[in-house]
Design a protein around this ligand. Structure first.
Ligand code: ADP
Length: 493
């Protein structure tokens, strides 16, 4: 299958979250299964030409936007397994400090223009380069409109006409809702501006339109697929997803164990594996030193690595974390950035509780690895979590997750059974500060009072396998199904 990923992020070139990890890893797994994927992303200001060996590939690519012709150019790099990655260069849209917003977190108001342009440019690139596409893999609101373009602009193009569209929703909380200003330029057509497609309370909703046009839609865990079919979990889109029927499914993300494996991790001071878990203690010591915590192997550390966004439920820790610190002998190592209120709260805690709470406000890949490796527990009190990667990494690092049982957290963490010591983590259900407090208490008491259970769980956690191999096979079936649906409905002989 010729599979073209069109996405706004791809690790290692451009990343703000899990979407980038998927687009950076799934193509590699698909290539290993004998398929032929390529990836197309925007060339953002932050992508270093030398670091990623970018070479100019196409000087002039003409893209019609509404009735305006824009000219951009294309660069080329690669992912492992010789996967071609093409980067669309258009300075007016992508030579900016952020991907979606400025440094003050203000959304760029021309985001529909930017990402519709990018998506159309990616499709035009396939046409110019005579790529016979079997499936387009679109991701989130940024490239969701591609499903519409394939069916409307390119319905009879020899290279794209047979291509199916699969839309993957990584987070339904972000839908690309904007005003209709500049709608003509997007080329989505006023005939598609209706309630079932792009119209949304007088504005536009790019994700909703993509859901309407895609042959198949999926999200990143089975439980999140169910949650997004409910009013509460769908951010308003449940009825549109329900219309897809069995053409809407959940496939759990895999993780990249080459990048996240304590046995080979070059970011951490001491590598370890299931037979040498005791070496984890050296990482704990360095973590305690770097987060200015009391260096003491006997005190459990709870790690947090997160975007500071409402979705992550970290506001449940307001006050609760201080109660935990007062009532339990435990430490926190907190790494993250985003919401200014949370940054300020977590940023000030170390001064208030020296030696007990450490925090680093910012994005730091090395510290993320160290926090996974050096902590004893990993806390994710998410309000919702489409898949979540950090809890899966935690399992591999023998760092037991404490999570709210939602989305992918529910699907990947096995609840501790106090009778048998079975399980890989600690789960709670209520969106409630007490639930966090008591579940942390349960985990900490297991650490101190049922150490044999803690150790048994650590081993079981490290044996869990969420590699891409299994998920990639599910994506292959999904893509094949999308092709069958597309060719049945739109086949042009
Ligand atoms: P989301 O995609 O919703 O942010 P995930 O758990 O799916 O959440 O993925 C988060 C990814 O981003 C992980 O790879 C995590 O290590 C990384 N990450 C998040 N915040 C930071 C940070 N401040 N520093 C380094 N890495 C971070």
């Amino acid at each position: 299958m010729n599979i073209v990923f069109i996405a706004s992020e791809c690790h290692p070139f451009a990343k703000t979250g899990g979407l980038a990890d998927v687009v950076g890893a799934l193509p590699i797994a698909l290539k290993k299964l004998g398929h032929n994927p390529i990836v197309i992303i925007p060339k953002y200001q932050s992508i270093d030409i030398n670091k990623y060996n970018l070479v100019k590939y196409q000087d002039l690519l003409g893209v019609w936007m509404g009735n305006k012709l824009e000219w951009c150019s294309v660069w080329k790099s690669s992912l492992p397994e010789d996967i071609d990655v093409y980067l669309i260069e258009f300075d007016a849209y992508f030579n900016r400090e952020g991907f979606y917003c400025d440094n003050q977190m203000n959304d760029y108001l021309d985001n529909p223009q930017r990402f519709c342009f990018f998506t159309r440019a990616a499709l035009q690139f396939c046409i110019d380069n005579k790529i016979h596409v079997d499936v387009f893999s679109f991701h989130d609101w940024q490239t969701a409109p591609g499903a519409c373009y394939v069916k409307t602009w390119h319905w009879n193009n020899p290279y794209l006409a047979n291509a199916a569209s699969v839309l993957t929703i990584h987070n339904i909380g972000y839908q690309g809702k904007y005003s209709t200003f500049g709608y003509d330029y997007l080329g989505l057509g006023w005939e598609n501006y209706h309630t079932d497609a792009f119209e949304d309370f007088g504005g536009i909703n790019l994700l909703k339109g993509g859901i309407f046009f895609a042959d198949v839609v999926n999200t990143v865990s089975p439980t999140y697929a169910k949650e997004t079919l409910t009013e509460l979990g769908s951010h308003g889109l449940h009825s549109y997803l329900a219309k897809k029927g069995d053409r809407y499914v959940g496939i759990l993300n895999g993780v990249d164990y080459e990048h996240w494996n304590p046995e080979t991790d070059t970011y951490i001071p001491m590598q370890y594996n299931i037979n040498k878990i005791d070496k984890k203690a050296i990482n704990k010591k360095v973590l305690q030193e770097q987060f200015l915590l009391e260096v003491n192997d006997n005190i459990p550390i709870i790690g947090i690595v997160s975007r500071f966004a409402h979705q992550k439920g970290l506001h449940l820790l307001f006050g609760t974390i201080e109660k935990i610190i007062k009532d339990m002998v435990v430490q926190f190592a907190i790494l993250g950035s985003g919401d200014k209120g949370l940054e300020s709260y977590f940023g000030h805690l170390p001064a208030k509780y020296p030696g007990k709470i450490g925090s680093y406000i910012g994005y730091n890949e090395r510290l993320a690895h160290l926090t996974e490796a050096g902590s004893d527990f990993f806390l994710m009190p998410s309000i919702y979590e489409p898949c979540g990667l950090n809890q899966i990494y935690s399992l591999k690092y023998g760092t037991l997750p404490i999570v709210r049982a939602t989305g992918g957290l529910e699907d990947t963490v096995i609840q501790y059974d106090e009778e048998t010591g079975n399980g890989t983590g600690f789960k709670f259900h209520a969106i409630d500060q007490n639930a966090v407090y008591y579940t942390v208490g349960w985990a900490v008491s297991t650490y101190y009072d049922r150490k044999h259970h803690y150790k048994q769980m650590q081993k079981f956690a490290m044996q869990q396998d969420f590699s891409w191999d299994k998920s990639a096979k599910e994506y292959v079936s999904l893509f094949e199904r999308a092709i069958a649906i597309k060719r049945q409905t739109y086949y042009i002989s």
